[in-house]
Design a protein around this ligand. Sequence first.
Ligand code: DGL
Length: 273
Amino acid sequence: MTTNKHQPVGVFDSGIGGLTVANAISKLLPNEQIIYFGDTAHMPYGDKSKELVSSYADKITDFLLKEKNCKTVVIACNTASAAAYELLRDKYKGVVPVINVIDPMIEAIVADDTIKKVGIIATKTTISSGVYQEKFSRRKPSLNFSAVATPLLASMIEEGYYNNDISTAILENYLSDPDLKDIDALVLACTHYPLIKKEISAFFHNKIKIFDSAEVVANKLQWILQKEGLANEQKAHPDTFYVSDFTASFEKTTKIFYGHQIRLELCNIWHGE
Ligand code: DGL
């Protein structure tokens, strides 16, 4: 497998939440062609086992690299990053860079010395993996942290429930968890959550720092592409957005994650298995 700067960047998620990351990438790096894969057939990942999520992530990465000739892969999903990053990083070491959404976030938090206690909200699988907790303890033992699973949020957002009474009630229930008391920063450790960032901030009276993956991951990708001599100077092909199960509703929902509606193409890489 040879790599050059003209090849596309592969981005994947359990569904369409990772479009928040793809959108940040296309804004920061407009010369990069994105091939997005949303595994809508297996969504949500957040209540599945690490082993199953890892096997999905492995297959999608294989597709992006071998079928779509990507020069790098961004795991635009916290749950898949928690379950499969080490496996994919080691498998493609020296071949292509694999970027996850967790490490750039950890770097941003530990670099900020005003943060004494950080909260993490995410899917059940991300929280129970202990990845954030382990990395914070190792990188900055003086940092206090607490992790709270918020399993309803991703589906709630995907159904269009945000900035309304229902989302406010659900958020209030999760965010008033005693473990999140006295935090001065909160990590939105799910790529769906940027959509409810304002609501979350309002719950904390706009007094704490809220971090989401989209921009920190786009910045990390930019840094890696430049370091590896893989940054493209001119985009020659349009972006493509694949899903493993197509419905008109998914296509309509892309608008909330990407800013404008995009065309989804069905590509079932599990076909025949
Ligand atoms: N977007 C996924 C993440 O970042 C969560 C959605 C799901 O459960 O599939 O964890």
